[in-house]
Design a protein around this ligand. Structure first.
Ligand code: NAP
Length: 291
């Protein structure tokens, strides 16, 4: 970790309060672990009331966080859940993920279910939330948790990449349909360090090697995603709608730069060729039970 990144890191964890959202009610789908728990914690730190949902109730939750058991793919259950939260201000569509499954393998229905979780479910729950938010005196906001996989080829998780790409387009369309009372935005997330990082990148050495491919020198923390969501939900973002905010630490370095540097015997003329890091295969969350 460079000195600059270390300083930014220490400042981040010095308890910086990003916004005051006290009095707001926020629903975070899948807000009980991984990225979702970081989002839940960030909204709590900003003073909001949070209701998280998932299929399995967690053993413990941060103080002040409510929980409802719901499968976001079940339209009737989602309507009942969201319709009952009449003071809703913000919905964060975080529940999502995919197993690694090349498109020519497995049952076609497994691929279709990945689209169902990552695109159809946010569509259904956003419709339910919009009905509530349109009646709120101040309107409200909806935030989609997207992925860099929707912005580049996603081999091995093609249905996931396609769904996340669709989520961006859905965001842009809903921002127009539901304006001016409801703002709709997305956060386009790169690799995040969660409980499951070892599944994707191996041990600490594997995570560190992957982190070196990120321009900012580390994977995102769930709290980074949470902070971006708090900003998008806050009055500071009152004029932002239809946006996809990249949260990827600078993005993926084009692989050809390193291929050329490694294959060439000539000394590099472009300083970029001397830095390390090939494009990493970003998030491929292992959600076997959703496929
Ligand atoms: N991790 C990364 O590196 C990364 C990178 C880019 C984007 N993202 C995005 O960030 C979001 C969260 O990813 P994650 O890595 O934190 O995933 P995760 O650890 O698998 O957590 C997913 C959460 O969603 C819930 N969930 C899954 N399916 C559900 C369903 N059908 N109904 C209700 N809740 C459901 C899970 O709880 P239950 O299983 O109990 O239902 C869990 O709480 C996803 O949208 C993912 O695409 C992640």
């Amino acid at each position: 970790m460079t000195a600059v990144v270390k300083r930014q890191w220490e400042r981040k964890w010095a308890g910086v309060r990003t916004a005051d959202l006290s009095g707001m009610t926020v629903v975070v789908t899948g807000g009980v672990r991984g990225v979702g728990l970081g989002i839940t914690a960030a909204f709590r730190a900003a003073g909001a009331r949070v209701i998280a949902c998932a299929r399995r109730e967690p053993e413990d939750l941060p103080d002040g966080v409510g929980f409802t058991r719901v499968d976001v793919r079940d339209a009737d259950a989602v309507e009942a859940f969201i319709g009952g939260i009449t003071d809703l201000d913000v919905l964060v569509n975080n529940a999502g993920g995919t197993p690694y499954l090349p498109m020519s393998e497995g049952d076609a229905r497994r691929h279709a279910k990945v689209i169902e979780l990552n695109l159809i479910a946010p569509l259904i729950i956003s419709r339910a939330a919009n009905r509530v938010l349109q009646r709120r005196p101040e309107g409200g906001s909806i935030i989609m948790i997207g992925s860099v996989s929707g912005h580049r080829p996603s081999p091995g998780t093609a249905a996931y990449g396609a769904a996340k790409a669709g989520l961006d387009n859905l965001t842009a369309s809903l921002a127009i349909e539901w304006a001016p009372r409801v703002r709709v935005n997305a956060v386009t997330v790169g690799m995040v360090r969660t409980e499951k990082s070892a599944l994707h990148y191996g041990d600490a050495a594997g995570v560190a090697a992957v982190a070196r491919t990120v321009p900012l020198g580390r994977l995102a923390e769930p709290a980074d995603v949470g902070d971006a969501c708090v900003f998008l939900a806050s009055p500071a973002a009152a004029y932002i709608s239809g946006a996809s905010l990249p949260l990827h630490g600078g993005g993926e370095r084009p692989a050809f730069l390193d291929a050329a540097a490694q294959a060439s015997t000539a000394p590099p003329t472009n300083p970029q060729q001397t830095s390390t890091g090939a494009a990493a295969d970003a998030d491929t969350p292992d959600r076997e039970d959703n496929a």
